[in-house]
Design a protein around this ligand. Structure first.
Ligand SMILES: [Ca+2]
Length: 313
């Protein structure tokens, strides 16, 4: 009698028994709960958040991985060290006189000019560049009254140009671009451009481009496992490291058992294989002893190793 009732119940309420095994309304994929700093991926497994980021328990996507303080999210969801100002040379341009005067602070390059129209009579204008680095200057246009209205380029020991070396003095026209005039920052950290006109007769004036030298390694030593890129220290790809002062992504070398698979990523060697530090190809992954290589590059370990000679594969 009891067994008949049981069979009846099982026949009518089989779905109820299934619900006991898999709680009603809960799909199998919802039961994957990823640990802290991992997130559920498209194939219902758990993937690790990128380096320098964290996520809470039971995260649903890589969007839940939040970059650490001081790091920003970049391409491919990777976290990069936020730009450090120290990498950027700061140039300040101060100017005075009746010419066009556009003060600039913290720029790498720019243009100076007497202004868009003819310069005035009795002009006495100057532009002083302060960088502590090399500042280069090149005239791209010049039209002044010959032997009367002059442009002068000097490098100076101080902002007042008490001690100076004249690099160039000219009047008249130039066809095309002038030579490039640069200061020697070790002795003369300031570069000065002066323009004077006499009391009669004006012309179009001048335009000049200026630019500071690019930052160098000694100017901004990026910390280990980062490299200099666009005046900022960028993280090496996950599973790779670089020396202090690295200046290119190629300075980042993959850890042992990983190999460089793209400019921004290291990939793991297949199971049962190893590679040395700084490997650059999956060809560098060598199968462990007592495994055999399959056609697809996998290293297979036999279920039972009957007589593995440890000196050979
Ligand atoms: Ca004149």
């Amino acid at each position: 009698m009891c067994s008949e009732i049981f069979r009846f119940l099982l026949g009518r309420f089989a779905w109820l028994a299934l619900c006991c095994l898999l709680p009603c309304g809960v799909h199998a994929e919802e039961m994957v709960v990823c640990e802290k700093n991992w997130y559920r991926n498209a194939s219902l497994g758990c993937s690790s958040c990128p380096a320098y980021s964290t996520s809470p328990v039971n995260s649903n996507s890589n969007m839940d991985c939040v970059c650490d303080a001081g790091f920003g999210k970049g391409d491919y969801g990777l976290c990069y060290l936020i730009q450090m100002e120290i990498c950027e040379p700061v140039v300040s341009v101060t100017c005075s006189g009746t010419c066009e005067c556009i003060p600039i602070v913290s720029a790498l390059h720019g243009t100076i000019s007497d202004g868009p129209t003819n310069y005035p009579n009795s002009a006495d204008c100057q532009w002083i560049f302060t960088a502590g680095k090399v500042v280069n200057l090149q005239f791209t246009m010049m039209e002044t009254e010959e032997d009367r209205d002059y442009l002068t380029v000097e490098m100076c020991t101080d902002a007042g140009c008490a001690v100076k070396v004249q690099l160039h003095r000219t009047s008249g026209f130039i066809d095309g671009r002038s030579s490039v005039y640069s200061n020697n920052p070790a002795s003369y950290p300031f570069l000065r451009v002066g323009f004077t006109s006499d009391t009669i007769g004006t012309r179009g004036g001048f335009k000049a481009n200026w630019w500071s030298s690019s930052p160098t390694v000694d100017f901004c030593d990026c910390p280990a496992s980062t490299y200099l890129h666009n005046f900022a220290c960028q993280n090496c790809p996950p599973k790779s490291i670089s020396a202090v002062g690295s200046t290119a992504s190629t300075d980042c070398v993959c850890d042992a058992n990983w190999y460089r698979s793209s400019s921004i990523a290291c990939s793991s060697c297949p199971p049962n294989s190893t590679s040395p530090v700084a490997s650059t190809s999956d060809m560098d992954c060598v199968c462990d002893k007592c495994t055999s290589t399959t056609g697809d590059g996998q290293c297979m370990r036999p279920d039972v190793i009957m007589s593995c000679d440890s000196t050979t594969l």
